[in-house]
Write a protein that binds this ligand. Structure first.
Ligand code: ACO
Length: 353
């Protein structure tokens, strides 16, 4: 398809929280966190909003692409922690950046957001520029996709099993129409029902105003998902991220390999020809496990988790910006992005730089 990633950027909150900082508030140690996850610190938004971080990452990506705000025809914000329910996060960022001509909307695919967002943006671009089915659409020559999350808002800071994992940040990419470029070579998106709620969060921001269920009554998410009460108790309201870590670990390590193999098959490109694989940064051990399963050496994976933790929808786009900045990706290189997250969602895509 005729497009190219022409810009990238990331933005992080000022405050860094080290493992030792967390060891002062929950029963954990730097050694445990580093050994089990590869994370040494994360950034936490204290004064910054989701809009601030997303806008800064987007501004940097536009600058990198050499475009003005008026050049952007489409903005998709991938997030699970928008500043408001309405207007959407994308509408807030559109206004902040002055993207006068952009159509803007949000996409929630949790940590797989980057893969879903780039697939949707590039498909809309192809449909509008290629005139699929003779249908006249808004022409989309330049799209901005921004993955942004401030998970610190929905993390239970008393739960050592989750609070050590997550961080805040934003990553962005500009996708530009270019008939000469092959662009996105293949994509693969999948959902698996999370019927046991491995990953869930019922949080809505101002909890004090909600008539939310009493402890012990089924939660909205549990009712909709049709989950069985957890062993030894009933499903109860979960205002924070709740996660069955080992279950997610196994799921992630398995589907990462499946997704990468599938995009390689679809693109007709063996995995050995990919210059760089940029995975969701949830846990360095998951990446190592997948690397072994795929028989691809770790050196070919972009690993950025050490200083930022798991930043959810921002993670792959921030790591992609790191890979571009480190010149690990050169013009013509084939690059694979792969993600997984709540939903459960997962997927991968291959593009030519
Ligand atoms: N510090 C010290 N000990 C801890 C900590 C901690 N921070 N957290 C858990 N432990 C303890 C547990 O209580 C347990 O103790 P026990 O043996 O006495 O019962 C022990 O460490 C081992 O716990 P496990 O859960 O078995 O540890 P594991 O090796 O599985 O690592 C982890 C846990 C890091 C959460 C891992 O399972 C993981 O990374 N899972 C995947 C997480 C993930 O990818 N999430 C994606 C989210 S995507 C999204 O959409 C948000």
């Amino acid at each position: 398809m005729g497009c190219k990633i022409t810009g990238w950027g990331k933005a992080l909150p000022q405050l860094t929280v080290t493992n030792n900082d967390l060891a002062a508030i929950v029963d954990t140690t730097d050694e445990w966190i580093v050994e089990r996850t590869g994370i040494r610190q994360r950034h936490v938004a204290t004064t910054e909003t989701t809009t601030d971080l997303a806008s800064e990452a987007g501004r940097r990506a536009l600058e990198q692409a050499g475009l003005t705000p008026e050049d952007i025809d489409l903005l998709i914000c991938m997030t699970i922690t928008p500043d408001a329910i309405i207007p959407s996060q994308a509408c807030l960022v559109k206004a902040r950046l002055g993207l006068a001509n952009a159509v803007a909307f949000d996409l929630n695919a949790a940590c797989s957001g980057c893969i879903y967002g780039i697939d949707v943006a590039s498909s809309m671009m192809a449909a509008s520029m290629g005139g699929i089915g003779g249908c006249q659409r808004n022409p989309i020559k330049n799209a901005l996709v921004i993955g942004v999350d401030c998970l610190s808002r929905i993390v239970d800071w008393t739960d050592r099993a989750t609070c050590v994992l997550f961080g805040d940040g934003a990553g962005a990419a500009v996708i530009s129409w270019d008939e000469e470029e092959p662009g996105i070579l293949a994509t693969y998106l999948r959902n698996v029902d999370d019927s046991q709620l491995y990953l869930a969060c019922d949080a809505v921001y101002d909890l004090s105003t909600l008539p939310f269920p009493q402890s012990g009554t089924p939660t909205p998410v549990a009712v909709i998902a049709g989950t069985q009460p957890a062993e030894g108790g009933e499903e109860s309201y979960r205002p924070f991220i709740s996660m069955q870590g080992q279950k997610v670990f196994k799921f992630a390590a398995t589907v990462m390999a499946e997704a990468v193999e599938t995009v390689c098959q679809r693109a007709g490109v063996p995995v050995e020809e990919a210059a760089c694989i940029v995975p969701h940064q949830a846990n360095e051990r998951i990446i190592r496990f997948a690397s072994k399963k795929m028989g691809v050496p770790m050196e070919r994976f972009q690993v950025s988790i050490e200083e930022v933790g798991n930043t959810s929808a921002s993670s792959v786009l921030m790591a992609l910006a790191d890979a571009f900045e480190a010149q690990r990706i050169r013009p013509g290189d084939k690059v694979i992005l792969v993600g997984f997250g709540a939903g459960l969602t997962y997927g991968a895509l291959m593009f030519q730089a």
